[in-house]
Structures are given as structure tokens and as C-alpha cells.
Design a protein around this ligand. Sequence first.
Ligand SMILES: Nc1ncnc2c1ncn2[C@@H]1O[C@H](COP(=O)(O)OP(=O)(O)OP(=O)(O)O)[C@@H](O)[C@H]1O
Ligand SMILES: [Mg+2]
Length: 240
Amino acid sequence: MTHSSPPVRCEELTVGYHGEPVLEGVSFTVETGATLALVGRSGCGKTTLLKTLAGILDPLDGEATIHGTRVPHSPPGGELGYIPQSLGLVMHETVLTNVLHGRLSDLGAIRSLLGRFPTDAKTDARDAIERVGLGGYEQRRVKELSGGQRRRVAIARAFVQEPRVLLADEMLSELDSETAHSIVDCLATLQAETDMAAVIVEHNLTVANDISDTVLRLGTGGIEERIERTRDPVSRQRHE
Ligand SMILES: Nc1ncnc2c1ncn2[C@@H]1O[C@H](COP(=O)(O)OP(=O)(O)OP(=O)(O)O)[C@@H](O)[C@H]1O
Ligand SMILES: [Mg+2]
């Protein structure tokens, strides 16, 4: 790993399942503090690409790196935050415990399994829960929440990790526009504070355009269009 490497880099990357490509020849770079949005019709391979960047799927060909570490190897702890489309929450556990799982790599698995989270981790987790608008829900079990509330728990879990790279799969779906705007504000604040880079899957093209520096439109088998955006820093901070 070198610090001169960009947060995310793909070079002629081929992704897919069981040796069968879904997307081929994907190349892009995401610089520090920048956001890249992946758009495209259902089934074109957005999640497959994101899972490959997250190290869940092996690349079929080409190369992808996160801060210089070649996927599927994991970059050092805390570097990568992933919000899966399926959320990956522990349904019978509380909101607070799920969000604290974002700190697993700091704490060590055994300590967290024993439920012994240090006070500062709890303070940060409560703060993240508040920021996604779920203050007061800390002790509620995730299985008792709505789809949009669950999504916000997954967002808080990723935010509390303060990752250097965030991979988010349809983070804003199931949310009303007011809640979605407040999550976009949270993301902008986190990026301003930490220079985090983000790769987001977003099916709403208007939202994708608003919150990203680059939009990649994926089509059958690969990148169909690459749109470079010039974001107004004010609208980036206050997405209204
Ligand atoms: N585990 C799997 N094994 C084999 N093929 C898969 C698997 N998961 C997805 N696929 C296939 O890979 C292709 C891309 O799926 P993917 O989930 O990446 O699409 P997507 O762009 O994220 O779609 P959506 O917008 O509906 O979430 C689809 O044809 C899908 O059927
Ligand atoms: Mg998907």
C-alpha cells in the first residue's frame, strides 16, 4: 500500500460469476474526497462491480485497488465502508449494537461479541444514529423497523467507521425525499471532514448527478457513458 495511490482504481476490470463476465473492461479512478456514481438498468452489474470492489467477489480479469491494495485483499482496518443493497444487518440485535459493529475492526471480534464496547465508541454510534434521524431508536431491534429505517441503520454503521472509501449500494432507496436529503447532507459533511472517497450505486439519475463528480452509466457488458460533473460546492453541502 502506498499513500500516493488513489482511493479507488479499476483497470480493465472484468467482473462476474463462475467465470462468466457481467461487465468487462471497466476502468476508472476515484480521487480523495470525490464521489463516483454507478447508474444503469436493473441487472446490468452495478452490485456485482461494487461487491468486487468490496472484496466479496474475485475479479475475473484486470485489476482493482483500494488505496493501493489489490482486491479481493482487504485494505488495513477501517479503510473500507460497505453498505450492501441487502444491508447485512443483524435483525434480532438493537440499532445501537448494529451500528457499533461498524467499529468491529477497531475493537477486535471477541470484545465486540462480548458486547463490551468502549464509551467513546458508544458516543460515536449514538451520534451517527442521531445524524441519520433515528435518535431514540437505539434500543429497538432492527427486525421491528421499517425498510427505510433499516437502511438508515446500515448507513450509520458505515458512517461510524469513518472509512477512507465508502461503497454504497442504493443507499437512498426506500427513503422519502426529506430523509434522503438529510443523508446526502451527512455524506457531504463526512466527506468534507475526512476526505472520504465514495462509489455509490444510485438508480435515480438526477440524484446521481447532484451528488457525484463522475457518473458512469453501465450498459450491457460494460461502461456505456462517462459523465464528468462540476459540482457547485454550495449545493454539494446543502442538497436542497
Ligand atoms: N450470485 C450470483 N450468481 C450468478 N449470477 C448472478 C448472481 N448475482 C447476480 N447475478 C447476475 O448478474 C447480473 C448483474 O446483477 P447485479 O446484481 O450486479 O445487477 P444490478 O445492476 O445491481 O441490478 P439492480 O439494479 O436490480 O440491483 C444479473 O444478470 C444477475 O442475474
Ligand atoms: Mg443491485
